[in-house]
Write a protein of this length. Structure first.
Lengths: 243, 211
């Protein structure tokens, strides 16, 4: 655990150094977004990737796969993340939630036909996600400055490190077979496709109603992450501002 | 809750939290703040379900309902953040009007997407003698997935003599906080020029009303 913490801190330092060439204004510092200029450029880059590559692929996905099929793919992909969620539940000392994750995985992988169906939800076993970024947060690692990662989107050094660590923590990645790399790449590809398919109209709505889309994404990401780290529990008294 | 599930549901719902509240069903109220939210939910439901109203009449009544439920000036002033201190009273008044038009237009444009869903008051948290968070759940009667209902919270203040909603939270996202982050960043990018923000809000409101 201490090794992982040290690695996280080292990674944060590396990212901070890489971005240090961009001058920061007092407003950027106050927003904990000292690399805002670079981040905004990265958002534009991501927008082009989204527009010219991801969206056409999503459109094709909608044409070729009916809604029921897309829902099954979503369940299947979510089921594949449960081993990582379970490891993170355990690392956070969340035994009850870990039990729920294990139960969901066992039920959906068997009577849910490999995860394509979700009978666990119908049995009222609650669904939740955990990742190593959240685990680091529960260990007291600070999020660091806001980052817009190429291809991956909103993040921060802690969560960016967690992205890589989750690959290492996923027990299924230690099962080696001939097509392992292709399986891994295919899983990631369909995860992006599934996520974008599900958030298409939502993202469009945010873009349409936002005064500043970049700032809106940053705020939404931070609030969502804080809520996920608290496991949806209410904020402490001092966490909300006065009106 | 899984991040991508939250993203999918909360981004839209963050914009719709208010409108969604209008379709609520009855529930037992256990505190004045809960009672306030519950009663207004019923009032909003009556407006939206009244088929005798024209689109324009419904829009007008919805705006009146929104004004009665929320303290729009207070929310507007909050969203200006540190830029409020340097703004003149005239600019603040103009911003309050622009913000109100923007907020009403955005909510109105989306509320129909949540038709048929209901909001159930499940409890409340008292933060101080005049500051409450009322917890509700968004119930979709057609949802057979077994997933947990989306949580929608209302922050109610009573310090001005009558209860008013000052912020809404969907899946942990507080809308006024998100708006403040947007507006202050926008002002930072535009040398703190509040007139640019007012013009932008007016443009967005027009686009939503036209669609």
């Amino acid at each position: 655990m201490r090794v992982l913490q040290a690695l996280a801190i080292a990674f944060c330092g590396l990212v901070a150094t890489a971005c240090a060439s961009t001058p920061s204004t007092p407003e950027m510092i106050a927003n904990n977004d000292p690399y805002e200029a670079t981040n905004r450029d990265t958002l534009k880059f991501n927008g082009k990737i989204d527009r010219y590559f991801v969206i056409p692929t999503v459109a094709l996905y909608f044409v070729l796969v009916p809604e029921g099929g897309r829902r099954s793919v979503h369940h299947f992909l979510e089921n594949l993340t449960l081993p990582t969620t379970f490891v993170n539940d355990m690392l956070q000392g969340e035994l009850k939630r870990g039990g729920q994750t294990a139960a969901r995985f066992l039920i959906n992988s068997t009577i849910g036909f490999g995860g394509f169906l979700d009978p666990a939800s119908k049995m009222k076993i609650p669904d939740h996600g955990e990742d190593f970024g959240q685990t680091l947060a529960t260990w007291g690692v600070d999020e660091g400055p806001y980052l817009m990662l190429p291809f991956f989107g909103p993040s921060n050094p802690r969560d960016a490190f967690g992205l890589g660590a989750d690959v290492a923590l996923d027990p299924t990645n230690y099962i080696h077979y001939k097509q392992h790399l292709w399986w891994f790449a295919g899983q990631k590809y369909f995860t992006i496709l599934d996520l974008r398919a599900q958030t298409y109209s939502t993202v469009q709505g945010i873009q349409r109603s936002s005064v500043d889309y970049y700032a809106s994404l940053r705020s939404l990401y931070r609030q969502l992450r804080e809520n996920a780290i608290r496991n949806g529990h209410p904020q402490k008294s001092g966490d909300l501002p006065d009106f | 809750m899984r991040l991508q599930t939250i993203l999918r549901r909360a981004f839209l719902a963050a914009l719709l939290s208010l409108s969604a509240s209008l379709f609520a069903g009855p529930a037992l109220a256990a505190s004045p703040a809960e009672d306030f939210v519950q009663q207004n939910i019923h009032r909003g439901l009556e407006i939206l379900n009244n088929k005798q109203l024209s689109t324009e009449q419904r829009r007008s009544q919805f705006e009146g309902f929104l004004m009665g439920l929320t303290d729009m000036k207070r929310i507007a002033n909050f969203t200006l953040g540190q830029y409020r201190r340097a703004a003149s009273p005239g600019d603040i008044a103009a911003f309050e009007t622009a913000f109100q038009n923007y907020a009403v237009a955005v909510y109105q444009s989306y509320f129909s997407k949540y038709a048929g869903q209901s909001l159930k008051v499940t409890g409340s948290q008292q933060r101080s003698s005049d500051d409450f968070i009322v917890v509700t759940q968004l119930i979709d009667p057609n949802d057979r997935s077994g997933q947990q209902p989306l949580e929608v919270d209302f922050r109610v203040r009573t310090d001005s003599g009558k209860p008013v909603v000052v912020d809404f939270s969907v899946a942990g996202i507080w809308l006024a906080l998100e708006e403040r982050d947007q507006f202050t960043d926008f002002l930072g990018q535009n040398n703190g020029n509040i007139h640019t923000l007012i013009a932008h809000l007016n443009d967005l409101a027009k686009q939503f009303k036209a669609s």
